[in-house]
Design a protein around this ligand. Structure first.
Ligand code: GTR
Length: 332
């Protein structure tokens, strides 16, 4: 067995031992069940605030029997590694972008296709419909329980080299993407060079010229300080990528049906709080970046970007094409 695997196995065994001890005591009414949630963003970021709200609701509704400790700022690792640990049961929950999750559950690509949603309202209508619930439920074979969705606005390109006003302006630029095959394809379809890289490495990679830029929403562009090293931000809004909170199936299977239901409901009930926090922070981030003097360009229309990305739709399997058609039909 490889050394890494052995260490992982020991962590999992140690975690399950603590768990067994914790749940035994908690039935005796002494110490609570303590679970861990991994989050990549800092404590004051809207998704993290949503995580804290989820944890608060679980603790309150279980009368303190279940405690979820939120670990912000990638303390437990970068997103891809964290998702793996959730799969093994070494971490109980995480809130992640669905982009890296799609490496574990490829159907999730259907939910983050470029220019898929007509508006934010359309995306929410889809996520709150049976389509969203089916996606949450579809994760069990991969070892996860899908709990809830958070807002993440729209993603756009930024870079340190030149303003992007047309698809041609992206030619040859080295753009960091999340660890996601779809995002690699998206950036390549536009003629740029895709560089998958963990979120936490992007700032210094831009600063040192290893990459020219990246793509994200207003809040991430601001809170990571990427705006300080990548002056040009083009609002092309190529994707709306929902955030998701997932639990480890190993963790959930150890809980009573009532506690599982309590956790699922608390996660759903934390959504409204996060969506409001998101809307507020999006404005704060935009104002701060504009005040900093960054060069912001809004595409007058995105037809050329959309046309360049059509091959991504053509490459979808028949099943995913059907899901995309279903999504497009929502609200029509
Ligand atoms: C953010 C998202 C993070 C992470 C990051 C990234 O918008 O909230 O979970 O996926 O993007 O680009 O890596």
């Amino acid at each position: 067995m490889k050394k890494g695997m052995l260490v992982l196995l020991m962590v999992v065994l140690a975690a399950s031992f603590c768990w067994a001890a914790g749940s035994a005591e908690s039935t005796a009414g002494s110490s609570p069940i303590v679970l861990r949630l991994a989050e990549t963003h800092p404590a004051d970021y809207p998704t993290t605030r949503g995580d804290f709200e989820f944890a608060r609701l679980v603790e309150e509704r279980s009368n303190g029997r279940i405690k979820i400790e939120v670990y912000p700022g990638s303390q437990l690792g970068e997103e891809r590694a964290v998702i793996e640990q959730v799969q093994f049961g070494a971490i109980d929950f995480t809130r992640v972008s669905i982009s890296p999750l799609a490496a574990f559950a490829p159907d999730f690509n259907a939910l983050q296709m470029p220019y898929l949603y007509r508006s934010p309202a359309h995306m929410w209508e889809v996520l709150n419909s049976s389509i969203g619930d089916e996606f949450l439920g579809s994760l069990e074979p991969a070892g996860f329980v899908g709990l809830s969705w958070f807002d993440s606005g729209a993603r756009s390109f930024y870079n340190s080299v030149r303003p992007i006003k047309s698809v041609a302006d992206l030619a040859g630029l080295k753009i960091r993407v999340q660890e996601s095959a779809l995002m690699v394809g998206l950036v390549e379809a536009l003629g740029a060079v895709a560089t998958p890289m963990p979120f936490g490495e992007v700032y210094s990679a831009i600063q040192t010229g290893v990459i020219d830029g990246a793509e994200n929403n207003w809040p991430s562009y601001y809170s990571t300080s990427h705006y300080e090293v990548a002056n040009y931000f083009t609002l092309d809004e190529h994707t709306r990528v929902p955030e998701i909170t997932i639990a480890s199936k190993i963790t959930m299977d150890k809980l009573s049906a009532a506690d599982q239901a309590l956790i699922k409901q608390a996660a759903k009930d934390s959504m409204a709080f996060q969506i409001k926090a998101w809307a507020d922070y999006e404005k704060v981030a935009e104002q701060a970046v504009v005040a900093n003097g960054n060069e912001i360009y809004r595409l007058p229309d995105n037809a050329a970007f959309q046309a360049a990305m059509q091959p991504l739709y053509d490459a979808l399997s028949a099943d995913l094409k059907a899901v995309v058609a279903k999504i497009r039909a929502v609200g029509k």
